[in-house]
Ligand binder design. Sequence first.
Ligand code: G3H
Ligand code: 13P
Ligand code: ZN
Length: 311
Amino acid sequence: MPLVNTTEMFKKAYDGGYAIGAFNVNNMEIVQGITEAAGELRAPLILQVSKGARAYANHTYLMKLVEAALIETDLPICLHLDHGDSFELCKSCIDGGFTSVMIDMSSKSLEENIAVTRQVVEYAHERGVVVEAELGTLAGIEDEVKVEAGEASYTRPEDVEEFVTRTGCDSLAIAIGTSHGAYKFKPGTKPQLRFDILEEVSRRLPGFPIVLHGSSSVPQEFVEKINKYGGNMPGAIGVPEEQLRHAASLSVCKINIDSDLRLAMTACIREHFATHPADFDPRQYLKPARAAIKAMVAHKIVDVLGCDGKA
Ligand code: G3H
Ligand code: 13P
Ligand code: ZN
């Protein structure tokens, strides 16, 4: 099956009350772990590549890894640019075979966000590629941009109709309290997403797919393992999975997960070195790390996203 864009995926997800997982990929083991889980569970999939991932792994290597996953799984897979920060980057990914791009001008003024998003949409749509845009800013680190917690701002529902109409974007990432990275909420506080904002956005955009970034749940078993084996991640707290499940049952059609993959992989490798100090063959520690990613993604597909069997 060739790469697909998200049009059909999102329509089915919206109507079916589930979401598609958008997992960040940086190397072969990550691609394999994610796609093996999705393949066995017959889950539609978005593999997303950040600017940093593309610089790290190289566009062609990533394309070929994803092409291999298509052959091995025969799943509907969308290849998406995560947090594109310019028209030129989006264009390069579209020209290079991606089927979806995000243009993230959320830190700019509304008018500038609309203008650049519109430009990307015109280029993308002529080539069958879909575009995700963002309104509102999440705290945390997005590629090279770090947004301090105090500067993050929730999406203003009163902006969304004008934004979607004037840009023609295909999906909209909104800020309702999620944030990037492993330190999402202050220790001792109760994480609570702003479902009132999500519901008001959806009331204004009926049938329109909404995206949640920063949706790792930061499983404490991984944080504890990292800390047990020489790491130092006190206060790493994520989004409660039941809130993500609830969002998936509403208008949220795409849920972005990267940090949880990193935590699963790192916890596994740290444990491996602590318990097998003489090992020096990368296969010995990357094999269990890949298995940990597969288990994590399977859990997300079944228990959080609800997209198993929907491919
Ligand atoms: O939202 C950011 C993603 O987790 C990608 O992170 O820019 O370090 O690849 P990265
Ligand atoms: P996390 O850091 O919560 O995994 O978010 C990933 C993300 O939003 C990628 O765009
Ligand atoms: Zn993001």
